[in-house]
Structure formats: C-alpha cells, structure tokens
Write a protein that binds this ligand. Structure first.
Ligand SMILES: [Zn+2]
Length: 359
C-alpha cells in the first residue's frame, strides 16, 4: 500500500503504524508485500501487481509444494504480508495450517475459488481399473467451502478434487481474477493498475492458450504418456493427451513394486508413446520405467513449479514449453481432425490405436 496516501485511510493507517513500530524494517518498503505458497502463483501476482508489489514465494522454483515444511522465516514472511495467495484444494495443506497458526488477518486469496474442479477419482480409475467408462466428464460443481473434507492415507493427504487447475489456462483465468480482486482488497489505491494489468495478462494467456491448442491438436487423440505424478489432469481435459503416472495422487508416495508392475501392464495395454520427467518430482521412477519398458524419456514437463531460469521461469513460458515438448515428441502431421475445444474430454479412440508397443 502506498504510504503517501495514509491521510485518508485512517483505520488501516493505525494498524499500519503499529505494525511499523513493531517492525521498523518494513517502513522503507512501500510496495504491497505478497506471500504466495509456490512459484506459479508468485509469477501470476507479479504480472497483475507489477511495480506495486513485492512477492515472496515460500516454495521456490523447481520445488515440490506437496511436501513442503514451512520454516520460521516463512512464518515471519507471513507476519509481514499485506496479501497471502495460495492454491487451495489441499494442494498445499501446510499453507492453510501455517495461516491458521499465525495471527495473519490480512487479505487472503484462494486462487482456485470459483474454478470447475476436476475429480481425482477419474485419474485413480485410469491407473487401477482401465478406462472403459469415461464418457462422463468429471466436471463437478461442488462449492469450495469443503476444504475440510479430505482423506488421509498412506502418509499423504489429498482431497477428492484435483488441485492442479493452473494446467488449464481457462481455469487459470479464474486464478488471475481472484489475484486481481485480492490485490484491490489489499491496496485499493492502485485498483485501476491491477485491473489494467490483469486485462493485459488475460489477453496474453488467451494467445498462449490458442498456441497450446494448435500444438496439441497435432497429436493423435489416442496418445498416452507417463509423467512423474498426476498433475496434468486439467491439461488433458482442456487440450488432450492422456496422462498416466506411477504415483497416484501425491509426489510424496513412492510406487510400490506391485503398482510399478501394474503400471508396466497398463503401458502394454495403452497407447503409451513416451515418458516425461517432471521438474519437481523424483526422476528415478521415470528412469526405472524407461529401463523396464524400453519407452523413450522425451523431455521434462513443468508440473507444479516454474524453472529457476529460462523459458519455463514464467507461467506462460512453462505452459508454452510443455506444449512444445509434447508436440516435438508426439505430433503426427495431418492429425488435426480431433476437436479439442471447449473442455471436451478427449477420449481414447481404440480404433486409432496402432498397438505398436515396443518392449
Ligand atoms: Zn502436484
């Protein structure tokens, strides 16, 4: 918030003064202090906030937000924040615990508020039971106030809903709107700038979305790939390509020998064309699968974190990078007859399967 405008913001001014007296270091900083749980949100906030914000991401680039343990420094960052942004849908349960354990009472944004959440059950079915009955797309219309309803098992926790919604750019538009509204709530003086920045960013997102559709439409609709964990459900739903993973729901769990054997079976049944590393999960599982199946490892996809530098160090860059890597590995020229638009699930078309598995 701008301290130049303190004179007519009396109630917040008093709160701000007491905070500054307690924390003199904050006095020099006039930009809105925003704390995000992970790097993708940090980049979105920087785009919408521009020069008016200073953003701290608790989980850094290439970090795994599923299994993060907050530090005392993170609690201090939270204490100094004007706005806190996290994903929700139990992507980062530690963040919700950190917020409730702190005295933080400022503006709070749950980036997934208002999205059309996908169910996780669909992905589990893919891994365990094949996928004969996936005609019904699992766009559920649940409210978003049921964050408490989650299961806990096998050492990790997850909700029934897939939290990785940023992998669909239409869902990410909701993230951007929520971030814009959160910034306005924390710093109304710069509302016009936040609205203009968000509009510009949404325009860029629409361009990248179209680019992704063009690239993925060149990939046969029957194509399956394997990645490190189940983070591409929204990408698959929005753009195409069937994603399987050795780790069911969380990066925390290691696949047992039994599930690895089951996955090898699935690879033989499905039209799996390639394996991909993820930037923030353990690469040894994918490497092991490549050895057992003879399938190629066709590149690295950015799943739950940005790259520290380079093309994938921004959200738009990472989405573009993923589409190019998939296209490079899987595209077959002339294969653009499949409609991928409007959130239609692209189903496996077994008539198109080439059954050319190599072992
Ligand atoms: Zn994930």
């Amino acid at each position: 918030m701008s301290f130049a405008c303190l004179s007519y913001r009396s109630s917040r001014w008093l709160v701000g003064v007491s905070a500054m007296l307690a924390l003199p270091a904050a006095m020099a900083n006039e930009r809105v202090q925003v704390v995000t749980s992970f790097s993708i949100l940090a980049d979105m906030v920087e785009n919408v906030g521009g020069e008016h914000v200073e953003v701290t991401s608790l989980v850094a680039a290439d970090g795994d937000a599923h299994v993060y343990s907050p530090s005392p420094g993170d609690a201090r960052s939270l204490a100094n924040a004007d706005l806190v942004v996290f994903n929700g849908l139990l992507f980062e349960g530690w963040m919700e615990r950190l917020i409730s354990a702190s005295d933080y009472s400022g503006a709070l944004v749950t980036a997934t508020d208002g999205i059309e959440a996908l169910s996780f059950a669909e992905h589990e079915d893919h891994n365990e039971h094949g996928h004969e009955d996936h005609d019904e797309h699992a766009h559920e219309e649940h409210g978003h106030d049921d964050h408490e309803a989650h299961e806990e098992h096998a050492g990790h926790e997850h909700g029934n809903q897939d939290p990785h919604a940023w992998q669909d750019m239409h869902q990410a538009e909701v993230y951007v709107a929520n971030i814009r509204d959160g910034l306005i709530a924390a710093d109304a003086d710069n509302a016009d700038a936040y609205r203009a920045n968000a509009e510009q960013y949404l325009h860029e997102m629409a361009e990248v979305d179209a680019e992704i559709r063009t690239l993925i439409n060149e990939i046969p609709a029957s194509t399956s790939v394997i990645t490190g964990h189940d983070s591409f459900g929204y990408f698959s739903s929005a753009y195409g390509v069937h994603f399987l993973s050795p780790v069911g729901l969380s990066t925390e769990a290691d696949p047992s020998g039994a599930s690895m054997a089951a996955l090898v079976d699935v690879i033989e049944q499905e039209n799996v064309k390639a394996l991909f590393h993820e930037n923030m999960t353990n690469q040894s599982i994918i490497t092991q699968l490549a050895e057992e199946t003879g399938l190629p490892i066709a590149g690295t996809l950015y799943a739950d974190a940005l790259a520290a530098e380079g093309e994938a160090s921004t959200y738009l860059g990472m989405m573009r990078h993923n589409a190019h890597v998939l296209n490079d590995a899987l595209a077959e020229p002339g294969h653009d007859e499949h409609g991928h638009d409007d959130h239609e699930q692209v189903h496996e078309d077994h008539d198109h399967s080439e059954h050319s598995h190599s072992h």
